[in-house]
Design a binder for this molecule. Structure first.
Ligand code: HEC
Length: 440
């Protein structure tokens, strides 16, 4: 039961783990898709500016000429009408857009970063430093959920910005060549709100699994208790049957289809001279106790009535057979064999037997004394019939055996205790006026 409970717990735990993992992955995938979309849009705007070698915008208070472009000869131009224009490089634009987002409290954050910034505002933060270093080793992008300096959690995404030919116009002087990692643009999406939803879903999932887990445990407990009870009652009835089997004088043993012993009661072991059931269990009972006939000639199993009984699924009774003890001696036995049926199929037999040595002896003695009595009575005169018999009822006995026909019986008719008196003596009695009409 413990193993079952443990297995169930493991199964539920595994299910929790995989469900949570799936949730986490789905959440990550969604955030990733969003961040990547925003990032590539950013990049395209930048690329557009880069493709024009920067764009000219009117000089204002918030958009002064970029001091970092002072080396560019035509950084500032004046139109024919006298308007002052200044060259805006892509990073300048990105910076201004990001500043705009900050000012408007936009949840989204963007940052152009470099390990060697021209403009200190573009200095990479620790997370970006790690990413940019990884890019220099060949990594293509970095994404993860991070807590930022404002204490909120963000899904952060950054890809490298590789120096192209078009960049060299302004960046060649820092020593960059085409193919170098110039920096990167990072996008950060706030995730506190979706994480809260996610956590609520996680709780629901855990609660659901918890309920299922408890229900399962309860089921296992109830099931195993029932099983235990069933087992107990089976054991109890087995013990009762055993007690019963061992308390009766009849010897009983069971055998399977192959004649192998399946059980033996105490009387059986005692009669056959075995001490332990184990000496019989699984043994071929015919070979063990029924191997020879009374005269010592072998008794083939095929001729054994029990085997026939099992084959034909019928019960049978043999008045007298010889069974053999462990010590090699034998005894006459009367035995019965009953087939054991299971789903209309005979699966073995239960054999019961009785040692009839005593009955046989008594029977033989009885026969002997009967013979003796017969011969005595044949020769005694009528007055020798005992007083008791005279007073008793006399009856004619019609028997199939000629010898007994017309014999008188003396004794109590009510008790049916008849003693045969020879035919001759009977006739004498008849003549004396005893007996019944119509005979013989
Ligand atoms: C018109 C000139 C110009 C062009 C073209 C240009 N940049 Fe810049 N870039 C600048 C200037 C000037 C800065 C200095 C910082 C600022 O303006 O905020 C800068 C800053 C950057 C930064 C931020 C880090 C720092 O040094 O401050 C990155 C990254 C960057 N550029 C990458 C590129 C890449 C990649 C290209 C080509 C695809 C490119 N730039 C094209 C002028 C240019």
């Amino acid at each position: 039961m413990l193993i079952l409970m443990l297995a169930w717990t493991c199964a539920v735990a595994a299910s929790v783990y995989f469900s949570l993992e799936q949730h986490r992955q789905a959440f990550y995938a969604e955030m990733y898709a969003q961040a990547k979309g925003i990032h590539s849009m950013d990049m395209e705007y930048r690329n557009w500016v880069t493709s024009h070698g920067g764009v000219y915008v009117p000089v204002t208070e918030s958009t002064p000429p970029n001091p970092y472009l002072s080396h560019i000869s035509e950084r500032d131009v004046t139109t024919k009408s006298g308007k002052h224009l200044t060259l805006m490089n892509p990073a300048y634009m990105t910076r201004q857009v990001n500043e705009l987002m900050d000012r408007h409290d936009a949840p989204l954050r963007g940052h152009i970063a470099s390990l060697k910034p021209i403009n200190p505002v573009n200095k990479a933060d620790p997370w970006e430093v790690k990413a940019l270093t990884a890019f220099e080793r060949g990594k293509k992008e970095v994404a993860s959920i991070e807590k930022m300096e404002n204490g909120r959690n963000y899904f952060r995404f950054i890809q490298p910005m590789v120096t192209e030919k078009s960049c060299l116009k302004c960046h060649a002087q820092q020593g960059y060549k085409a193919g170098d990692i110039r920096g990167g643009i990072s996008v950060s999406i706030p995730v506190d709100a979706p994480l809260a939803i996610e956590n609520r879903e996680t709780l629901t999932l855990l609660a659901g699994h918890g309920v299922i887990w408890l229900l399962g445990l309860a089921g296992i407990l109830i099931g195993s208790r029932r099983q235990q009870q069933a087992l107990l009652s089976v054991r109890k009835s087995e013990a009762e049957v055993l007690l019963l089997a061992n308390s009766i004088a009849h010897a009983i043993y069971g055998q399977d289809l192959n004649g192998k012993c399946t059980f033996a009661n105490a009387a059986c072991m005692q009669l056959l001279g075995y001490r332990h059931e184990a000496e019989l269990l699984g043994k071929d009972m015919h070979a063990l106790v029924h191997h020879s006939r009374a005269d010592g000639t072998p008794y083939p199993a095929a001729e054994c009535p029990t085997h026939r009984g099992i084959r034909e699924g019928q019960s049978l009774h043999i008045d007298e057979e010889v069974l053999w003890r462990k010590n090699g001696s034998s005894f006459p036995a009367s035995y019965w064999s009953y087939p054991v049926m299971q789903d209309d199929q005979c699966v073995g037999a239960v054999v019961t037997f009785l040692d009839i040595t005593e009955q046989k002896r008594v029977g033989d003695e009885l026969k002997q004394s009967q013979k003796l009595l017969d011969s005595i009575v044949e020769h005694i005169p009528i007055h020798a019939v005992p007083q008791k018999c005279r007073r008793a009822a006399f009856r004619t006995v019609q028997s199939r055996r000629r010898k007994d026909a017309g014999v008188f019986a003396a004794g109590s008719a009510r008790q049916e205790r008849f003693r045969f008196i020879s035919a001759g003596a009977g006739r004498v009695l008849l003549r004396q006026g005893y007996g019944c009409a119509g005979e013989p």
